[in-house]
Design a protein around this ligand. Structure first.
Ligand code: CTP
Length: 409
């Protein structure tokens, strides 16, 4: 099994971790360990709220550095210690970012060391919010969030699930692995990513195959995984065209989106998007379309059941994988399986002629859900990834693609 080779992007980086108040502050201790394993040097500011949940001793033991807590107790404040702290790191990460901290950042309040440092910095800032789901959904928090985003603050979004307050909803601090992937993606995008300017086409969502003017045949694909992949690739500098069937999702910022309905329209748009460096077929394309679509709505006729005649849709992945002149250098397909996942996926790799297959086990709540458990299959290897969020799968896959294109820089 191939070891992931992307984690060395963090080696030698300096991160200032601001630990806000919140029960999830305990996750920061593990985050510090995982970052240290990857060669990151960490300084930490522990806010008053943060110190209610983790001790300065545990933070300093793990970071192997002094922990800063109070604006006026910095021994070297005469040398403007908060300015120095805010400038000498490559990234400032606020985790957990409480509603209060986000509000203070949005309005520029500087009433403690953390907020003063955040106002004084000229370095990139990333926040990992966590709070009760009502607080997260509150217009005040959402407004603050959009203010912070427009100022270029990077956000590792909170996850859905059980909250410490006993409620269920959005507001859990992202898992440590998700935070690490977000940090890796940030450093990759701001470095010499091999994806900078590469043209990548992504298909996503379901296709709708018309029966008559009001009816169609579709499937349960939400498009979430494809959109997340388009977003992750864009964040790493790629020039992404997302060709999508009907979904309820917002086009990720900076992604060129083309909306289609049927498989044949999708095929057409994919061909138009070529030449491109990579094609990632995430869409759940219908295998058949209805021949002779009725021009008018088919009416009920006294128990007479209409018969639909089908014809086969073009197989986009297979066609482009076997294209004589315009085959992208890297072609990736998805395989949705309910059983014998890896065996069927390996066969699919051969049949379709693509380079990699991401096989997902759809026996659970994958279609429409937020999590995914996948295998990454190449001709010579197979990796099994643990169950993780679709955003995390997207970032990991984008990191693998970035790794692949390094050779062709
Ligand atoms: N695909 C495509 N065009 C099609 C059908 C599928 O591009 N007409 C792509 C999908 O986007 C996905 C992969 O092919 O990347 C899935 O292959 P498919 O043969 O549809 O497999 P499954 O849907 O998994 O179905 P089955 O196991 O029944 O073959």
């Amino acid at each position: 099994m191939k070891a992931l080779s992307v984690s060395d992007i963090l080696d030698g980086k300096k991160i200032l971790l601001i630990i806000g108040g919140g029960i999830a502050a305990y996750k920061c201790l593990d985050l510090i360990r995982r970052l240290k394993e990857r060669g990151v040097e960490i300084q930490a500011i522990l806010t008053k709220g943060g110190a209610e949940f983790v001790t300065p001793l545990s933070v300093s033991s793990l970071t192997e550095n002094k922990v800063y807590q109070d604006l006026f107790s910095l021994t070297d404040e005469a040398e403007m210690g908060h300015i120095r702290l805010s400038r000498e790191n490559d990234l400032i990460l606020v985790a957990p970012a409480s509603a209060d901290l986000m509000a203070k950042m949005a309005t520029g309040i500087t009433d403690n060391l953390a907020t003063t440092t955040l106002l004084a910095t000229n370095k990139p800032v990333m926040i990992a919010p966590t709070m009760n789901s009502q607080m997260w959904g509150n217009k005040a928090t959402q407004h603050n969030l959009s203010v912070l985003k427009t100022r270029g603050i990077l956000v590792i979004p909170p996850a859905d699930g059980d909250l410490a307050c006993g409620e269920v909803g959005t507001g859990r601090l992202a898992e440590v692995a998700d935070m690490i992937t977000g940090i890796e993606a940030f450093f990759l995008s701001s470095s010499d990513s091999s994806l900078l300017g590469r043209k990548i086409t992504v298909t996503a969502g379901p296709t709708f195959e018309a029966i008559d003017p009001v009816r169609y045949i579709a499937n349960h694909s939400s498009g979430k995984q494809g959109y997340a992949i388009a977003n992750a690739l864009r964040q790493m500098g790629a020039d992404v065209t997302l060709i999508s069937g009907p979904t309820n999702l917002k086009t990720p910022t900076g992604v060129n989106s083309i909306n289609i309905r049927s498989a044949r329209e999708m095929m057409n748009e994919v061909e138009k998007s070529l030449p491109s460096d990579a094609l990632i077929c995430v869409a759940a394309v219908a295998d058949w379309y209805v021949k002779d679509v009725a021009k008018e709505k088919i009416k009920k006729q006294d128990g007479k059941i209409p018969t639909l005649n089908f014809a086969e849709n073009p197989d986009i992945l297979k066609t482009i994988s076997n294209h004589k002149t315009k085959r992208p250098r890297l072609v990736i397909g998805f395989a949705a399986e309910t059983h014998k996942v890896s065996e069927y996926a390996k066969n699919k790799l051969k049949n379709k002629g693509c380079d990699w297959i991401v096989a997902n086990d759809i026996s659970g709540d994958v279609m429409g859900g937020d999590n995914n458990q996948v295998y990454l299959i190449r001709a010579e290897s197979m990796e099994s990834w643990p169950k993780m969020s679709k955003d995390h799968v997207a970032q990991k896959l984008a990191l693998e693609i970035e790794d692949y294109f390094k050779e062709f820089k």
